[in-house]
Design a protein around this ligand. Structure first.
Ligand code: 5GP
Length: 144
C-alpha cells in the first residue's frame, strides 16, 4: 500500500512558485533546478509537474517522459560543468534516504578522485549555485 502524496512538500511549493529555485529547464511536464545542498558542483534535481510521492506511485507514462528529461539534463550538466561522469540517484521512502516526498532524480556531475559530499548536507551560497546554473543553462541552450 503506497503512502498518499502530500501537496505541501517543498517541491510542490517550488512548482506553485511559493518558494524560489534556481531554475534550469521547464517544459509542460517537467522542472529541473539546482539542489540547494549540492553533493558535488552542479548537482541538480529533475521533477515531474504531476504530484507523485516517489517511484512506487508515479504513473508509468510520467516516469517515461521524466527519465528522458533526466538524460537531457545529465548531458547538459556533464558538458556545462566540464565533468568526467554523472551520477543519477533516486530515493524512495525514508528507509531509503528520501527526504522530500515529490519524486525526483538527482543528477550529479562527477570528477575522478572527488568523493560525493553528504546527502542533504551543507547549503551552497546562491551566487555559487547561480554560477553553476549559468554553465548548465548555456549547455542546454547549445543542445537546443
Ligand atoms: P531526497 O533525500 O528526498 O532524495 O533529496 C531531497 C534533495 O532536495 C536533497 O538533495 C536536498 O538538498 C534538496 N532540497 C531540500 N530542500 C530544498 C529546497 O528548498 N530547494 C532545493 N532547490 N533543493 C532542496
Amino acid at each position: 500500500m503506497s503512502v498518499a502524496y502530500d501537496p505541501n512538500n517543498i517541491f510542490a511549493k517550488i512548482l506553485r512558485g511559493e518558494i524560489p529555485c534556481e531554475k534550469l529547464y521547464e517544459d509542460e511536464d517537467t522542472l529541473a533546478f539546482m539542489d540547494v545542498m549540492p553533493q558535488a558542483e552542479g548537482h541538480l534535481l529533475v521533477i515531474p509537474k504531476l504530484g507523485a510521492r516517489n517511484i512506487l506511485d508515479v504513473p508509468p507514462e510520467v516516469l517515461s517522459s521524466l527519465i528522458l528529461r533526466v538524460q537531457k539534463l545529465a548531458r547538459a550538466a556533464k558538458a556545462g560543468m566540464g565533468a568526467e561522469g554523472v551520477t543519477i540517484i533516486q530515493f524512495n521512502e525514508p528507509a531509503a534516504g528520501q527526504t522530500v516526498y515529490h519524486i525526483h532524480f538527482h543528477v550529479i556531475p562527477r570528477w575522478e578522485g572527488i568523493a560525493l559530499r553528504p546527502h542533504s548536507g551543507k547549503m551552497a551560497d546562491s551566487a555559487t549555485l547561480k554560477a553553476h546554473a549559468d554553465k548548465i543553462r548555456a549547455a542546454l541552450a547549445a543542445d537546443a
